[in-house]
Write a protein that binds this ligand. Structure first.
Ligand code: GRF
Length: 217
């Protein structure tokens, strides 16, 4: 990878299967960019190990003992050192602060395990099952100060069946996330996708509704 390639920073908190999908995509030509750093707010995040195995600089930046404002500044600085053109939140379970958003706003993408605006927050699969919803999925959206409420880009949609459980939905949604997150990242680094104010532009056109990918079974 040449040093002129777009630079991606990935923030994680756990397993890192979405990070792995991003790493794989940068290797198989799906994303023309370099992942320059992986940061986790949890030391035990398995994704840190995945990053190191892939030769990517991986860092734990704990939030436990520092107050929110200090963590915000520290995270902004740690990510800023890598001069990323895109930041991907791939299962990062920490709310970003104002200094991070001020510095990197309009170039942060997040993956969320629901069809936003439905089911912001945690425990989405259980809540979908309890509500008896016929559909479920995942959303890639730009990050703003409102939790899980930034402009949507891409969704993966699946039909919920009578036999579905939290476990089956977790696995099916993950499969979809691994498709749509690398795709949105590829669009962004190639210049096809942009956030302008609160408007998502794809290929020079205003995206009124997110692009939808249906599950193939
Ligand atoms: C994903 O389901 C993501 O949507 C949610 O956390 C999970 C992270 O999974 N925010 P992984 O760490 O990428 O495997």
């Amino acid at each position: 990878m040449t040093s002129s390639a777009p630079r991606i920073a990935v923030l994680i908190s756990g397993e890192g299967s979405n990070l792995q999908a991003l790493i794989d995509a940068t290797r198989n030509g799906g994303i023309h960019a370099e992942i320059v750093c992986v940061l986790s707010n949890r030391a035990a995040a398995r994704g840190l190990e995945r990053a190191r195995r892939a030769g990517i600089q991986a860092q734990h930046l704990g939030s436990k003992d520092s107050d929110r404002a200090r963590y915000d500044v520290a995270l902004t600085q740690a990510v800023g050192e890598h001069e990323p053109s895109l930041i991907v939140l791939a299962g990062f379970m920490q709310i970003l602060g104002p200094s991070f958003l001020a510095r990197f706003g309009e170039r942060i993408l997040n993956i969320h395990p629901s069809l936003l605006p439905n089911y912001r927050g945690l425990d989405t699969h259980r809540r979908v099952l309890e509500a008896g919803d016929p559909t479920h999925g995942a959303t890639v959206h730009f990050v703003t100060a409102q939790l899980d409420a930034g402009p949507r880009v891409l969704q993966y949609r699946l039909d919920v069946g009578p036999g579905d459980t939290v476990e089956t939905l977790t696995a099916r949604v993950h499969t979809g996330e691994h498709i749509i997150l690398p795709r949105a990242a590829a669009w962004f680094v190639s210049g096809r996708l942009r956030l302008t104010g609160s408007e998502v532009m794809l290929d020079g056109r205003l995206l009124q509704e997110p692009v939808v990918v249906e599950e193939q079974r």
